[in-house]
Design a protein around this ligand. Structure first.
Ligand code: FAD
Length: 292
């Protein structure tokens, strides 16, 4: 498999990258770490004549904390995200995903922005980021807009991002006291395998232990990383108990739209949704109680 002849544009600013995207439209793609895109070019899933490398754009690098919220530049690698002291201290549920993704060699080049923008249904960061109420910033020469991640994905490999927009930053709000989140994923082996099914869950507990808010997000078992509002609603006002978690897991299971493929049947995946939802909610609950 060879990559066909392609013109590579090396952008140093958002404006330069945006100008190439505007000039070539669907015949151009942004290139970040290339771990998704180069595979797609080699297999012919994507055919373009122009790639725009965004690696040199300073505005896309860096992790910071602003007013308690986490800001992650799109070019942050998975290794950098997992190693960030800010993430490890206050946003540690993200480590459930960064530690399981791919293998160290891939994590060293794969970027956070690419993991989100490629919109592959089994991508690991979108579910936990959605459970943590994250949003992305999209830049274009016409303006900048923030989109909650729960509204970003519209189908497999399809998002609300316009052709000329560049994903610049991911924002995760400061977790309030009583908030806990977790990501539970099943893969066929421990390393370098994509998720067969995954669930992210978050809980916001009141001081009496009842649930104030809950989010349950499907990964790899629906066309998009899907927030199941009905599963979260099932928990609101209830004591955070195993019985309540089981009821929510049932709702999540019936909302899943799994496919059958070489990694597992649809029935097996639906079964996994129940188990992983219970697992994610139980861990999220324990974490929420640690920061009451
Ligand atoms: C062997 C292997 C194992 C893998 N295992 C996993 C796994 O376990 N879990 C998982 O989630 N993923 C896995 N992946 C997929 C991949 O590594 C990730 O999705 C990665 O995070 C993509 O980031 P990237 O920087 O390489 O994106 P690229 O390949 O450079 O880009 C991907 C897509 O996003 C677009 N894009 C990139 N950056 C931006 C931006 N800032 N704004 C707008 N559009 C942008 C590109 O144009 C392209 O369409 C694996 C890949 C390989 C090759």
């Amino acid at each position: 498999m060879y990559i066909p002849d392609i013109e590579l544009h090396d952008a140093a600013t958002l404006e330069e990258a945006g100008a190439v995207l505007a000039r070539y439209g669907p015949n151009a793609r942004l290139l970040a770490g290339g771990t998704d895109l180069l595979v797609d070019l080699k297999t012919g899933r994507i055919r373009v004549d122009h790639l725009v490398s965004i690696k040199r754009i300073d505005a896309l690098h860096g992790i910071s904390k602003e007013n308690g919220d986490l800001h992650v530049g799109a070019l942050t690698t998975i290794t950098q995200l997992g190693g960030s002291p800010i993430v490890r201290e206050r946003f540690s549920p993200l480590l459930d995903a960064t530690s399981k993704m791919a293998a160290p060699q891939i994590r060293n080049v794969a970027t956070v922005g690419g993991n989100i923008a490629s919109a592959v249904p089994c991508a690991d960061l979108p579910p936990i980021l959605t459970a943590m109420n994250a949003a992305v910033t999209l830049w274009s020469a016409d303006g900048v807009r923030d989109v909650p991640l729960a509204e970003f994905f519209v189908g497999p490999r399809e998002t609300v991002r316009q052709e000329t927009e560049i994903l610049t930053t991911v924002h995760v709000p400061q977790p309030p006291p009583g908030f806990g989140a977790a990501y539970a994923r099943f893969g066929l082996r421990d390393g370098n395998t994509i998720a067969v099914a995954a669930i992210a869950a978050s809980l916001l507990l009141k001081s009496d232990g009842t649930v104030r808010d809950a989010r349950i997000v499907l990964g790899a078992v629906a066309p998009i990383p899907k927030l199941i509002a009905a599963a979260g609603s099932k928990l609101i006002g209830q004591p955070a108990s195993a019985d309540a978690f089981r009821a929510a897991a049932e709702v999540a299971g019936s909302a899943a739209e799994p496919i059958s493929d070489i990694r597992g049947s649809a029935d097996f995946r639906r079964e996994l949704v129940g188990t992983l939802t219970l697992r994610a909610l139980t861990t999220a609950c324990r974490r929420a109680k640690e920061v009451q």
